[in-house]
Write a protein that binds this ligand. Structure first.
Ligand SMILES: *[C@@H]1O[C@H](CO)[C@@H](O)[C@H](O)[C@H]1NC(C)=O
Ligand SMILES: [Cu+2]
Length: 239
């Protein structure tokens, strides 16, 4: 099925209509979030709280570009989440959403992630009901939830500007969208919300050992239907 321009625009404007996700935290306390979720699952398995930083900012120690603390989840889905598929349709090959296209100093309330060369950071993004393939197949049917990948230009203070730079050469980490996620119930046949509760997905990313000290720009990309779909841009300070 060919999507019309109108459909593409309304998907990107409405934000929630299509499968979508973005990086909400660049240094997340995954163990702390898992503990809270497991506790909640015992008492209220159908009403898991999203463990994103708009609800639990105390679990987040570092923030992506243009993300407020705590911020508004619905607004972020329309502003800092970048719909690559819709942009490409409109002949825009930008790698990042407009507010994430340049580095602006981040205040003490929303610090950058820090790491040593070869060290790891834990990114958090929402499963948003898609962790078992809801809406990620052809024509919005069930499919593979796809992959998440992180890219680096190879030098400090260097921007990745277009999706044409998201290649094997700049890729530093790749995983399945749901490789690190907490989803209820255990029955894999429950694939759709509200039965499916997938309120926490993570990606642990090892920094290349050859990163020099300084600020490094990274791009996170979620691909499904074998195409790039959504991106988020953030920085890591290497010590
Ligand atoms: C995905 O889940 C929604 C409920 O959130 C449901 O309405 C929709 O039909 C599901 N998609 C598919 C392809 O089953
Ligand atoms: Cu979505």
């Amino acid at each position: 099925m060919q999507l019309s321009l109108f459909t593409y625009l309304s998907l990107s404007v409405a934000g929630f209509a299509a499968a979508h996700s973005w990086i909400e935290c660049t240094d997340h306390d995954k163990a702390g979030a898992l503990k809270k979720m497991e506790d909640q699952a015992k008492t209220d398995p159908k009403g898991l709280t999203p463990f994103d930083p708009t609800v639990h900012p105390e679990l987040c120690k570092a923030w992506p570009r243009a993300k407020e603390n705590p911020g508004d989840w619905a607004v972020e889905g329309r502003t800092i989440a970048w719909n690559i598929d819709a942009a490409v349709f409109l002949k825009d090959r930008s790698a990042c959403s407009p507010p994430q296209r340049e580095f602006k100093p981040q205040g003490p309330n929303t610090p950058l992630a820090t790491a040593k060369p070869g060290g790891s950071i834990v990114l958090r993004f929402g499963g948003n009901g898609h962790s078992r393939g809801n809406g990620t197949g052809e024509n919005g049917l069930h499919g593979d939830p796809g992959t998440v990948e992180v890219f680096w230009a190879g030098k400090k203070e260097t921007e990745i500007k277009t999706i044409d730079e998201l290649t094997d050469k700049t890729s530093i980490a790749k995983a399945g969208f749901s490789d690190e996620s907490f989803a209820l119930p255990a029955d894999p046949n429950v694939k759709d919300p509200p039965g499916l509760q997938d309120k926490g997905n993570w990606m642990t990313v090892k920094m290349p050992a050859n990163m020099e000290p300084g600020r490094h720009m990274l791009v996170w990309l979620w691909s499904f239907r074998n195409k790039p779909q959504w991106s988020s841009c953030f920085d890591v300070m290497i010590s």
